[in-house]
Design a protein around this ligand. Structure first.
Ligand SMILES: [Zn+2]
Length: 444
């Protein structure tokens, strides 16, 4: 079968591949799903051509932790005490979610992630109230056409029994998923476990859950050290002492984790995910540990966390990460002498691409524009009024770009956004279904 070749011509290419670097006026050649060449004056007579002379071309962004199912109740909880968010969103409303609410929330979240340049999304799905809820979430990721990591969690019905000193093992339905949906490596969707650590479950439970994830050969993502009540648990140290740390783990937040625990993460190759905008908006969650992670050599990934109290897009995460670090270090707030004195704009771009691919276990497929990787990439217009004239393309992306500047988004070589317009989605129907789900979930 012949595959379609696509030549993206003359762009300002930020490859994020150290061997290639940045190339101005360069081409990216795509064959089917794959990038086959990046360079100047590529020869490809048979390829369809895209003029990128007024574009920055870069890898798609990678989000490593998003509670996508909550998308239909966006922006509602930022003025509300974070503890009430837990009781209301997880305890009350999440328990009443129907499969169709999970589907439409996840679909809207994934489609809008694509619109803002996120080509890979880890869906941290702790709303597995029934197998039908699970099937709905997976169907939504598939229908969105995003590169998705479905991180299977637990039910919110009787939530406290799952999240407070829990004696309940991870739902066994995850075994079905592995066989039913995720037996192939050659697909856009992969499976992970949205797991509970020592702050939520008893020792024998989190140990058994991790054994299950490793038996299924999938990664696990665990919330850690958010809010001071969790600090005394020393969850990372407990896992280290149990010999449970490994490079198949991503820890989310880590704001109140102890400084010696970051060295344990580094020693065992554990990744980190910082939900930057949400962490800054969630008073009491703790200080973002960029300095303490970087001090031990961990380059964190970034995440949109929950759109109930922040913006989920990665441009927002990058911009806030950069500003936070400059303010934090510049203001003398860090007590970590080994932390780098400053952060470059390119660092945060690599957090949103390269680090994200690593934390999602997909560095062999995405995260940079490297020949052999999947063609997950963005075109950002340099002629838009808020960006022109571009003198530093990394600065343009990190400091100023917004979703409206994104001309095109490709996932595995397929255009999901072209000329600023999402492709192949019935957006009016999506809006209508999302509004209906919101009315049900909020009871309005
Ligand atoms: Zn979270």
């Amino acid at each position: 079968m012949s595959t379609q070749r696509l030549l993206i011509e003359g762009g300002w290419v930020l490859s994020m591949d150290p061997a290639l670097g940045d190339l101005r006026g360069a081409d990216v050649l795509i064959d089917g799903q794959q990038i086959v060449a990046v360079g100047h004056g590529l020869d490809a007579d048979d390829a369809e051509r895209i003029d990128a002379r007024d574009m920055i071309v870069l890898p798609g962004f990678i989000d490593t932790h998003r509670h996508t199912w909550q998308t239909c109740v966006r922006h509602r909880y930022a003025d509300i005490d974070p503890q009430i968010y837990f009781a209301d969103m997880l305890g009350r409303r999440g328990a009443a979610y129907r499969p169709e609410d999970v589907y439409i929330g996840t679909l809207l979240g994934a489609v809008s992630a694509l619109d803002s340049g996120t080509t890979t999304l880890l869906d941290w799905a702790h709303v597995q109230n029934s197998p039908e809820h699970t099937d709905a979430a997976i169907a939504a990721l598939r229908d969105a056409g995003i590169r998705g990591v479905f991180a299977h969690g637990w039910p919110l019905v009787d939530g406290a029994t799952w999240m407070v000193d829990s004696q309940r093992g991870h739902p066994a339905d995850i075994r079905r998923l592995k066989t039913q949906y995720f037996s192939s490596e050659d697909q856009l969707l992969t499976l992970a476990m949205a797991a509970r650590g020592p702050e939520m479950a008893r020792r024998e439970v989190w140990l058994a859950d991790l054994r299950l994830a490793r038996e299924l050969d999938i990664r696990s993502s665990i919330h850690m050290g958010a809010y001071s009540r969790n600090a005394p648990v020393r969850a990372i140290a407990q896992m280290c002492e149990a010999g449970a740390l490994g490079d198949d783990l991503t820890f989310v937040h880590c704001c109140f984790s102890h400084s010696d625990e970051f060295a344990m993460m580094a020693d065992h190759g554990v990744s980190a995910s910082l939900g930057v905008h949400c962490e800054m908006n969630s008073q009491g969650i703790g200080d973002m540990p960029f300095d303490r992670l970087l001090a031990v050599g961990i380059r964190p990934s970034l995440s949109g966390d929950t759109e109930t109290k922040c913006s989920g897009d990665m441009l927002t995460q990058m911009r806030h990460a950069f500003a936070h670090y400059r303010a934090w270090m510049g203001g003398g707030h860090s007590r970590t002498p080994q932390a780098p004195a400053t952060l470059a704009m390119r660092d945060v771009l690599s957090f949103a691409t390269v680090s994200g691919a690593q934390a999602n276990g997909l560095a062999h497929k995405t995260g940079s524009l490297s020949p052999g990787k999947q063609a997950d990439l963005l075109l950002i217009r340099t002629t838009d009024l808020n960006l022109t004239p571009v003198s530093d393309p990394v600065g343009a992306v990190v400091l100023a770009a917004h979703a409206g500047n994104i001309d095109s988004v490709f996932v595995a070589g397929r255009a999901v956004k072209r000329h600023g317009v999402m492709q192949g989605f019935d957006l009016p129907a999506l809006r209508e279904r999302a509004a209906a789900s919101q009315r049900y979930v909020l009871g309005i």
